[in-house]
Design a protein around this ligand. Structure first.
Ligand code: SAM
Length: 282
């Protein structure tokens, strides 16, 4: 008999009923009940070696990752889900579920070890929306060697990460993400693909590492500058820089050196122009 994937709506319903489980809003729980979406997401996630999943829920995406990867490490913060995952994923001996808040995971030390053992380490997750940005920035900062991060996020957040320069969604998030990665919007996931259905649509976006890092740039310092340039979107980059440096003349000099007209706003500046501002400020 063909296997009924965990993400088949009737199977998810059975699991929820068997364990008398209700999705916990506080943990951002929305379970995927759309096998086509789940499989497409796993297919696109570059599951050659070890895949890190954040929030396996009842295991719908985990199952598809396990079928494609050598190893899946899934961090789940809700202890009530641990026995359920042991049941739903019992056929997959390459899955390790860790009961831990992902934000406290020691990626700096673990990822290099996993790389040695499994070759490639990637991330694939349907992220809990209340911590989307902290999760992504943790990966950006602690494990920049990860080549692909494929995540489902709220549509609005996904659009900001993938936004083109000059578009209304282009923001500090766009510059920060695109400085480190090529950000691609893969596809939209309608609210009805989840149980319970959220009010908003989601998108799957993929961060593909740009490889060559600017060794001379301190990422944290660069991101602080980027946020300062976007601090007041309606103001010119000159005005925001003046506030950041506390010195109008200095702000003018930086922009001159970077060859950027003082009348522009941050949302009109490419990542490369932002880098020039950073370098001119050194
Ligand atoms: N992957 C499942 C799916 O697609 O059906 C569930 C996704 S649900 C949107 C988010 C999951 O992340 C939930 O299982 C939730 O308990 C878990 N979660 C929330 N906060 C977490 C954290 N700080 N660390 C690890 N997991 C977390």
């Amino acid at each position: 008999m063909a296997k009924r994937w965990i993400s088949v709506p009737s199977r998810t319903k059975e699991i929820l009923e068997k364990y008398d489980l209700r999705a916990k809003k506080g943990f951002g729980q929305n379970f995927l009940v759309d096998p086509v979406i789940v499989q497409r997401c796993a297919d696109d996630a570059h599951c050659e070696g070890l895949v890190i999943e954040i929030g396996p829920g009842i295991g719908s995406l985990t199952e598809q990752l396990a079928l494609r990867a050598k190893k899946v490490i899934a961090y789940e913060v809700d202890e009530d889900l641990i026995p359920i995952l042991a049941d739903t994923l019992q056929d997959y001996d390459n899955v390790e579920v860790i009961l831990q808040d992902f934000l406290t995971a020691d990626l700096k030390n673990l990822v290099p070890e996993w790389q040695k053992e499994y070759g490639m380490v990637t991330v694939c997750a349907n992220l809990p929306y209340y911590i989307t940005t902290p999760v992504l920035f943790k990966i950006f900062e602690e494990a920049p060697q990860i080549p692909y991060i494929t995540v489902m996020v709220q549509k609005e957040v996904g659009e900001r990460f993938a936004a083109a320069v000059g578009s209304p969604q282009y923001s500090a998030l766009s510059v920060e993400g695109q400085y480190l990665y090529n950000v691609k919007r893969l596809f939209t996931v309608p609210g009805r693909s989840f149980n319970p259905s959220p009010n908003v649509d989601s998108v799957i976006i993929q961060f593909a590492s740009r490889g060559a890092k600017h060794e001379e740039i301190d990422t944290e310092e660069f991101f602080t500058l980027v946020r300062a340039c976007f601090k007041q979107r309606r103001k010119t980059v000159y005005n925001n820089l003046r506030e950041y440096t506390g010195d109008g003349q200095r702000a003018e000099e930086i922009l001159q050196k970077a060859d950027i007209p003082a009348s522009l706003r941050a949302q009109q500046l490419t990542v490369e122009q932002m880098i020039r501002i950073y370098e001119a400020n050194q």
